[in-house]
Structures are given as C-alpha cells and as structure tokens.
Ligand binder design. Structure first.
Ligand code: EPU
Length: 427
C-alpha cells in the first residue's frame, strides 16, 4: 500500500490553488438524478469520493464525461434505484441519492451506511423527514427502502440537530412535493447554499438560503442545469494551518475567505498573520534567520455547525496546537469519536489527554516533535498527520493514505510545489 513520506521543518512559500469542495460536489452530483437530461457541473474535484459518486450514478443508469474540471452527467436513462452496500460502505454520502430518487421515481433502496471511524452517524433524521413528506420507509436486510404511494405532500420537517446531508436530502425530496415544505433547524453550511443555487437553477422554489428556516414550494417541472461547485473551505483551512505548522508564507487562491470566519478568528488568536481578500488568502508565520518559526499561542475551540468552528478542521487544528505555547482545550460536539488522530499525534511527540468530548492539548516545544511511522484513520485525521509531520524533525511515514485521497486533490503535489519535502511512495 502507498505511503506518504514527509521530512519536516521546511517552510512553505508560494501559491496553492484550492479545488472544488468535496462536500458540495457530492450532493450536486446526486441532484442530477432529479430530472432527465444532461447537466453540467464545473469545478468538480477529481477525488476518490467524487469517483465513487459517479460510479453510483452509472449504476443507476446515468452516463457521464469529464473534461478538465467540468463533468457532464446525462441522467435520461435512469434504470435503477439501488445504492448497494459495497459503494455505501466506502462512502456514506451515497445516501444522498435517496432524496432525488424519491422525488423522481417515488422509490429508492439504499444500504444503511453503518458506523464509521468518526462515530455512529445514523440517518434517522433523513428518514423521518421523508416520512413527513408521505414516504414509507422500511429497514430490512441492512437496506432502507423508501416508497411513496402517490405524490409527495409538503410538510414541516424539524431537525433535532442541523444535519448537512439530512437537509440536502430532504430539500431534494421535497422540491416537487405538492404544496409547501418547511425545514426547521436546517443546516446553513455553504455547501447547502450551493445545492440550493443548483436546485433553483433547475426551477425549484426555495426561500431562506443561508438561514436555518427553508421554505420549499413544490414545482411540477425541473430542467437540466449548469452549476459550479464552490471552493473547498476545508481544504483551504488545512493549507492555512500547514503554514502555521511549517512556517513561511503562502497565497491560497481560488477560495472564498468568507466561508472560514471561525478559523480565521482562531488563527489570529494563535498569532498567525492572515488576510482574506477577494478569492484568496495571504497567510504567514515568519521564520527567523536561524530557521525558527514564530511561536504559536494555544487557543481553545469548540466544534459547532456553520458558522461555528467546523468539525472537519478539528484534527488539523489539534496538530497545530500540539506545538503551541500553553494549553488548548478542543471540544468536539458534532461526532463522538472524532479523536482517533490523538494516538497518532502522540507518536510524533504530542502531549494530549482525552476527557469525554474534549482533548486537552499541552503544547510542547518544537524540538520535541519528531517524525515516526503513523497511520491515517479517516480523511481529516490524515490531514492532521500531514500538518504535524510538516513541523516534525526527521521523517514521518503516513500509511493508509487512501483516506486522504478521498478528499484532498493532489495534496502531495500542491505541498511539494511550495517547498515541502513530501513524496508518495510504495510502502
Ligand atoms: N445526525 C443524527 N441523525 C441523522 C443525521 C445526523 O443523529 O440522521 C447527527 C450526527 O451524528 C452528528 C450531527 O447530527 O452528530 C451532524 O451530522 P451531519 O448530518 O451534519 O453530518 P453529515 O451530513 O453526515 C456532513 C459532511 C461531513 C461533516 C459533517 C458535519 C458531507 C458529505 N459530509 O456529514 O464531512 O463532518 O457534515 O459538518 O457533507 C468530511 O468531509 O470529512 C466529513 C466527515
């Protein structure tokens, strides 16, 4: 299996271009199922997860073609309604085909995803939302079967927690329901807004974009659409923190600085220089003539739904805090098991204790962070290992890097181009 080898303590300098957002590309690709015809999506990242979603669309009878970062999906020949276990187990977001299949055909059969490395992650909110629209759902043999016996009826759907894919799934299911659907406590993540823009382009009527109260007025007809995936805010945030770890100065282009309000605020507290202007960030963490990077201050974070601090940046922030001055309390409120990276960061010299949903990170001096073989456990945990390795002396070999390839386009090349000593090699 391939590994990534990093020799740390090299400052980063230059420009990194951000790719389209994985977590926007997945629902937008699924949304092409809503209506027959050829849809064109731009800025689609070439990732393992987008490949899995395209494979699933193919299994459902769609065809697609990629040209650069644009993907055309023709969903005219829809012939299936099942997302099988072998795909769903590699990518939970496969459940996003439920909403559009229900809306278009009144039927879908999707494997239940089961637990994953970051927590139990049930889909009960999605199913309750569908039921409120008049869809019958049955769980059998590890699959959920959803069936509408007649047109869907608009209704009020309340989420106990603002679920991102739950909001997206119920939105897609409801856009052709009779009457109005009101979604309360909806997720406000920018990726939901990106989907709303695409659905509106198809002819849907949705009010309340960027708020937690969405009102969908059902329409009878949708048309194929052309839409653009927003920049990946999690990828951008990961590179900002890589500069904090390695030192240096980067321009991060092709991103939307307004999508990272909480991270920018926290990194200012850490002592880094960051300026977002237009579609780019300038970020720096000076390195003195003897190669010592500026010192970082410990800052606490609590993960929250948008616009709070994203759980998808928690592991990377922890990698930064392991070498800050002072103690940082990292409180994870979204996923109960999202501390798998702690044991791996400890192998690199971190001083971290877990107490319930919090990690107490006592910063250690940079000379105590040394390379070691480590193992990636999930996508964002992998990114935290890369960040820690960029700061570590000596060599770090990261195995199970297929996790990283699910969500970061060309990370090795992007880091190498700005001065990191990083290689992908056969392990
Ligand atoms: N939840 C339930 N029941 C549900 C749905 C969610 O209890 O039916 C709970 C979850 O267990 C969690 C909270 O609600 O405690 C919020 O989870 P959410 O549903 O928002 O997560 P998701 O939609 O499954 C998306 C991203 C994740 C990201 C989370 C939180 C996609 C494809 N995935 O997952 O991305 O961490 O929102 O922001 O959009 C990643 O990219 O690495 C990743 C895991």
């Amino acid at each position: 299996m391939d590994i990534i080898r990093i020799k740390g303590t090299r400052p980063l300098r230059g420009t990194v271009a951000i790719s389209g957002a994985k977590n926007a590309a997945l629902p937008l690709l699924a949304a092409t199922l809503l209506t027959p015809g050829t849809h064109t999506l731009h800025n689609v990242p070439d990732l393992r997860d987008t490949g899995t979603m395209l494979l699933l669309l193919e299994k459902l009878g769609a065809s697609w073609e990629r040209s650069g970062t644009s993907v055309q999906v023709d969903t005219t020949g829809l012939s299936g309604s099942e997302a099988p276990y072998d795909l769903v187990k590699t990518m939970r977001a496969s459940v996003l085909v439920l909403g559009p299949l229900i809306a278009r055909t009144g039927h879908a059969r999707v494997s239940l995803p089961g637990g994953c490395a970051i927590g139990a992650r049930p889909i009960n909110f999605h199913l309750r939302g569908f039921e409120q629209l008049g869809v019958e759902t049955i769980l059998e043999g590890g699959y959920v079967e959803a069936r509408a016996n007649g047109p869907l009826e608009g209704s009020t759907v309340y989420f106990d927690l603002p679920s991102v894919t739950g909001t997206e799934n119920v939105l897609m299911a409801s856009i052709m329901a009779q009457g109005k659907t009101i979604i309360k406590n909806a997720a406000r993540e920018p990726e939901v807004g990106n989907l709303i823009d695409m659905l509106t382009g198809m002819g849907a009527e949705i009010d309340g974009r960027d708020t937690d109260l969405l009102t969908v007025t059902g329409v009878d007809f949708l048309q194929p659409v052309e839409a653009t995936i927003i920049p990946d805010r999690i990828e951008a945030g990961t590179y900002l923190m890589a500069v904090g770890a390695a030192g240096g100065e980067l321009t991060v282009t092709g991103c939307n600085p307004s999508h990272l309000p909480s991270l920018v605020e926290k990194l200012h507290g850490v002592g880094m220089y960051i300026e977002g202007r237009g579609d780019s960030f300038t970020v720096s963490c000076p390195v003195d003539s003897s190669g010592h990077r500026c010192s970082l201050r410990a800052v606490d974070i609590t993960t929250m739904p948008y616009p709070g601090f994203p759980t998808d940046l928690q592991a990377q922030f922890m990698a930064l805090m392991m070498q800050a001055q002072g103690v940082s309390i990292i409180h994870e409120t979204i996923f109960e098991n999202r501390f798998m990276h702690v044991a791996e960061l400890q192998r690199l010299g971190a001083d971290i204790t877990i107490e319930g949903g919090s990690a107490i990170v006592r910063g250690v001096s940079r000379d105590k962070i040394c390379g070691a073989p480590v193992m990636a456990t999930d996508l964002r945990a992998s990114a935290s290992l890369v960040i820690a390795a960029l700061a570590a002396s000596g060599t770090t070999d990261i195995s199970r890097i297929y996790h990283l390839e699910r969500g970061y386009e060309n990370m090795v090349k992007k880091l190498k181009d700005v001065g990191a000593d990083i290689e992908k090699m056969a392990g």
